[in-house]
Design a protein around this ligand. Structure first.
Ligand SMILES: [Zn+2]
Length: 107
């Protein structure tokens, strides 16, 4: 398989032939497994990382790929919420004591 493709990116280029890049070449499912593709040699080809990404973008659509980007942004939100909640919780716990003491002083 690797030898068959010469370890080169099999991505067809506009100028004819293939990309032929040997940089960061990865196996690519011509038909994604999610769409009934197979992992057999016939269902695989070699693509460089760049073309692998382009193929994925074409297969799943830019919105899907953009979801990965936005997911990276979302992953920061839970951390933000968590720290905010923790801060509020800690703030309430800390505030309860002093406030109560303050209240007793006022009384
Ligand atoms: Zn390529």
């Amino acid at each position: 398989m690797w030898l068959r493709d010469g370890g080169r990116c099999q991505w067809p280029v506009a100028s004819g032939g293939i990309c032929g890049s040997t940089t960061r070449v990865e196996f690519d499912h011509i038909v994604p497994l999610a769409r009934g593709g197979s992992s057999t040699v016939g269902g695989l080809r070699l693509l460089c990382r760049r073309h692998n990404f382009i193929h994925a973008e074409q297969t799943y659509g830019r919105e899907h790929m953009a979801r990965f980007v936005s997911r990276a942004g979302l992953s920061e939100r839970p951390e933000g919420n968590g720290s905010t909640l923790a801060g509020m919780g800690g703030g309430e716990a800390e505030a309860t004591g002093p406030t109560f003491e303050g209240a007793t002083e006022f009384t």
